[in-house]
Design a protein around this ligand. Structure first.
Ligand code: PEP
Ligand code: MG
Length: 923
């Protein structure tokens, strides 16, 4: 005869039946049943009970609602066993056994299926319970709940039928809450509820405990196919043929006097991770009382004074459960007349801070391995720890109060609260001179806004996407930022912005969350991470690095790295490089040299260089720029002593260094008007106009319809080689100077936007010549490389050829995504991309998460082809995807040596790299 029923202490038999696999145990007993059985095996006191298997449920449903042969008899035998274990009798009139009948499928489906409590109560057993507890109110409350729950769950009577009676009853007695009802009231109410059953069903509420049990079990079986459960399975992909188990568990009561109680606890503090029991309880109370907050709960440690024996046992059980599950547990317990019962245990939910501390502590306690610790913390949790945050409760509250002002792209994580200013100069002045917390708001930002962005606590733009200037700069400097909040209209003249009819004026406060892209009105409170957690985090990240550095953790064809990914950083200034190194970067993967051209003392020289009529004139300006660049580079090499530093040669179109046509025209008109006034006043004419007009002519001449696809990158270097010649000289002079001071410089010169091998053939040898010349002049040698970015699809497709010249590749996935999709990286989010993601046309924003099938395929091909030509080809990524966990996993899989991202994302990337290494570890 098939075994349909297992007592909680029959786990060994279950394991034998399913073949020893824990997953199959859960399949047969359901998650809850398996867990109760496992606790029983551990010797933890669990109220005696048994589980009716999922197989029984499936057989019942298949037979059109009939118990399979032997089931009822087995249930009766198991019940008799439970009676023995508890010394109570089901339906007994002295010490009656009451049970609950609880659903429990393999996968948790919270609240989707049915449960009936207090089965076994009728007029006789109720009397016995009153004698035992001396608490008629509790007994009648349990009784009326049984009739109500049984009526609705088992007999299918609509809830309202009972609610109406209850409301009427309370009204008649002037009771506001259920708790105002007396024992006598509840006794009467039970009778009223029984009348509801009779009226609705035409028969009486079953007072036979066995009939109650049988009908409740059937109801739980049937609830597997209830609408709620079916909908839930559709939504979560749980298969329909699993069925639910039914757990019949002895009821234990925490409200049987002052030697009884009930509570919940975490084995460690779930918000700080501290190794200290954290929980609360109430004496002489039921589980609901703890949750409902009707009475003030006590801190768990006070139980030591009130019920010392039970408390001591509880401590030991918590310790045992933690050791067994090797994780922090969230437990529920009840003490009935001094006797402790554990009702549930599961891995506890925790904050990011606690997750890190618990993982590190458990390694030190010898409970888990470093690998497990690393896997237990998610990259998102690390991200949370590195930036100030808003508490989720605060956000919820703010939304309820209608303070959500706008939503945009979550460009750079962290919370920021400040006063709004609409231009960089004002933002900087308010921050520096008036010590205000400032949020800089612009339609979009440009390189000459950077001083305002740096002074700001947060940045908000109404246009642009995840790789727009604002987003890139904000991430680089760790400033929280929301971009492309397109519902916002900014009126720069009136100095205000509005969204959906709400107006925010300059100087007013807003709060923005760069992690979610949400912007709120007014000031929201923030929490900042403390140093102590950072230490745990640093330890965890060192373990992550150790894992990645293990030779053999990755397998691939010849030339492919056998260790995991390294994490490098994108950094333009020595200060960023120092931060990157402190955060654990092992190199600089991208220094965007042109950012240095925007410094106020340099920009005029750059402009003079651009406007130069002759090569001579240009060289003269460049000679003035050279010392600036050299000292920048020296700083970078010093900061990264011993590590490679990739310096990219000038990339953007030159017009970006000049004022816009519109700006120039306005300036010229203003000057003309002023001249006219001066003329009338007899002051003579200003000479500036000619200068401005000269610039305007140059700007007009440089106009391109598609500047992103125009004269930039390597194209600019070929047309105007003097600039990159100066840059290479500066790089090598700097490297030579620091080498002479004992620093290990490893410069790598990167040529941007290559699309054809001939471009490299034309420019690279000239630059290498300069490199050699400088080393000769200075009389020093150091290792160096020349390589290219792969950011044009043609370069990826012809990577085999390109690797003949290039010694390294770095994927510029911002441009590569732009050019592979044909989406403008500056406009796509604003015009259609956000909609695309909303509609599911694209699964993710490809400027944030690498598109593996398209852009990723190009990368994979380029790496394979490149390494065929040059087996030791160094491969990295320096687009924004270099800091995104899913993209990092992909880079691991296709054989990158490293990923490079902004310094603030380095810790997240280190953890993500270790996750990828462990998840795909070579066997
Ligand atoms: C890229 O295109 O991915 C890149 C890193 O270069 P930039 O963003 O400066 O164009
Ligand atoms: Mg690029």
């Amino acid at each position: 005869m098939k075994k349909w029923v297992y007592l909680f202490h029959e786990l060994d038999e279950v394991e034998k039946y399913v073949g020893g696999n824990w997953d199959d145990v859960r399949g047969l007993l359901g998650g809850k049943g398996a867990n109760l059985a496992e606790m029983t095996r551990l010797g933890v006191p669990v109220p005696p009970g048994f589980t009716v298997t999922t197989e029984a449920c499936n057989a019942y449903l298949k037979a059109g609602g009939k118990f399979p042969e032997g089931l009822w008899e087995q249930m009766m035998a198991a019940l008799a066993e439970v009676e023995k274990l508890t010394g109570k009798k089901f339906g007994g009139t002295e010490n009656p056994l009451l049970v609950s009948c609880r659903s429990g499928a393999k996968f948790s489906m919270p609240g989707m299926m049915d449960t009936v409590l207090n089965i076994g109560l009728n007029d006789e057993t109720a009397q016995a319970m009153i004698r035992l507890t001396n608490n008629p109110r509790f007994v009648y409350d349990a009784y009326r709940r049984l009739v109500q729950m049984f009526g609705s769950v088992v007999l299918g009577i609509p809830d309202e039928a009972f609610e109406e009676v209850l409301d009427e009853f309370k009204r008649a007695r002037g009771a506001k809450a259920d708790t105002d009802l007396t024992a006598e009231d509840l006794k009467e109410l039970t009778e009223e509820f029984k009348k509801v059953v009779r009226k609705q069903k035409g028969f009486d509420f079953p007072t036979d405990p066995y009939e109650q049990l049988r009908l409740a079990t059937e109801a739980v079986f049937k609830s597997w196919n209830g609408k709620r459960a079916v909908d839930y399975r559709r939504a979560t992909g749980i298969p329909d043929d699993l069925g639910t188990a039914v757990n019949i568990v002895t009821m234990v009561f925490g409200n049987m006097g002052w030697d009884s109680g009930t509570g919940v606890a975490f084995t460690r503090d779930p918000s700080t991770g501290e190794k200290k029991l954290y929980g609360e309880y109430l004496l002489n109370a039921q589980g609901e009382d703890v949750v409902a907050g009707i009475r003030n709960t006590e801190k768990i440690e006070n139980l030591a004074k009130q019920l010392p024996e039970a408390y001591q046992q509880f401590l030991e059980i918590c310790e045992k459960l933690e050791r067994h599950y090797r994780d922090m547990q969230d437990v529920e317990f009840t003490i009935e007349r001094g006797r402790l019962w554990m009702l549930q245990t599961r891995n506890g939910k925790r904050t990011a801070r606690a997750a890190v501390k618990i993982a590190v502590d458990m390694v030190n306690e010898g409970l888990i391995t470093k690998e497990e610790a690393v896997l237990r913390v998610s990259p998102e949790q690390v991200d949370t720890l590195l930036h100030p945050q808003f508490d989720p409760k605060v956000i919820q509250e703010a939304k309820k109060e209608g303070r959500l002002f706008a939503t945009g792209v979550n460009a750079s994580p962290g919370a920021a609260v400040g006063q709004v200013y609409f231009d960089a100069d004002t933002a900087e002045r308010m921050a520096k001179e008036f010590k205000q917390d400032v949020i800089m708001v612009r339609p979009f930002t440009k390189p000459d806004d950077v001083h305002g962005m740096l002074a700001a606590k947060g940045i908000l733009t109404s246009e642009g996407g995840a790789t727009s200037h604002a987003a890139v700069v904000a991430r680089q400097f760790g400033v929280p930022c929301v971009v492309g909040a397109s519902s916002i209209q900014i009126d720069l003249d009136k100095r205000l912005m509005s969204a959906n009819g709400v107006v925010v004026r300059e100087g007013e406060w807003i709060s923005l969350d760069g992690g979610t892209g949400e912007v709120f009105l007014g000031k929201l409170p923030m929490t900042a991470p403390s140093l102590e957690e950072q230490r745990d985090l640093m330890t965890l990240l060192e373990w992550a690095d150790e894992i990645c550095a293990r030779p053999g953790i990755r397998k691939g064809p010849e030339g492919f790295p056998t260790t995991g990914l390294q994490v490098w950083a994108n950094a333009d200034y020595p200060k960023d490089a120092r931060r990157a190194r402190a955060y654990g970067a092992k190199g600089i993967g991208l220094c965007r040299t042109e950012h240095m051209f925007f410094e106020p003392e340099r920009l005029p020289i750059v402009q003079r260089m651009i406007l130069a009529k002759t090569s001579e004139e240009r060289k003269q300006a460049l000679d003035e720029l050279l010392p600036f660049q050299r000292s920048d580079f020296e700083g970078l090499f010093e900061a990264m002593d011993g590590y490679p530093v990739i310096i990219r040669l000038i990339d953007p179109p030159l017009h970006e260094f000049l004022p816009s046509e519109k700006e120039l025209q306005e300036q010229i008109i203003t000057k003309r008007l002023q001249n006219l006034a001066d003329y009338v006043l007899g002051k003579g004419e200003s000479k500036d106009i000619a200068e401005l007009e000269k610039i305007l002519v140059a700007v007009e001449a440089m106009h391109e319809s598609n500047p992103m696809m125009g004269l930039r990158g390597v194209r600019l270097s070929i047309v105007m080689p003097e600039i990159v010649e100066m840059q290479v000289r500066a790089i090598f002079e700097a490297a030579a100077n620091v080498t002479l001071r004992g620093i290990k410089a490893k410069p790598e010169v990167m040529i941007p936007l290559t699309g054809h091998i001939n471009e490299l053939k034309w420019i690279q040898p000239r630059l290498e010549e300069i490199a050699k010349q400088v080393m000769k002049e200075k009389g020093v040698e150091f290792p160096y490389k020349f390589g290219t970015m792969i950011e044009v699809p043609r370069a990826a497709v012809t990577a085999g050829e390109i690797a003949q010249i290039a010694e390294f590749f770095s994927f510029g996935t911002n441009d590569l995504t732009q050019m592979t999709f044909g989406y403008s990286r500056d406009d796509a989010e604003r015009s259609f991309l956000v909609k695309y993601v909303e509609l599911g046309v694209l699964p993710k924003n490809p400027f944030q998460t690498l598109d593996r099938e398209g852009v990723g395929r190009l990368m994979k091909m380029a790496i394979e082809e490149g390494r065929k030509t040059r087996p030791d080809l160094e491969v990295g990524i320096c687009g924004e995807h270099g800091g995104d966990p899913s993209s990092i996993e992909f880079c691991h899989l296709v054989g990158n040596n490293y990923v490079s991202c902004s310094p603030f994302r380095v810790p997240v990337a280190r953890l993500a790299a270790a996750h990828a290494a462990l998840k795909h570890a070579a066997k």
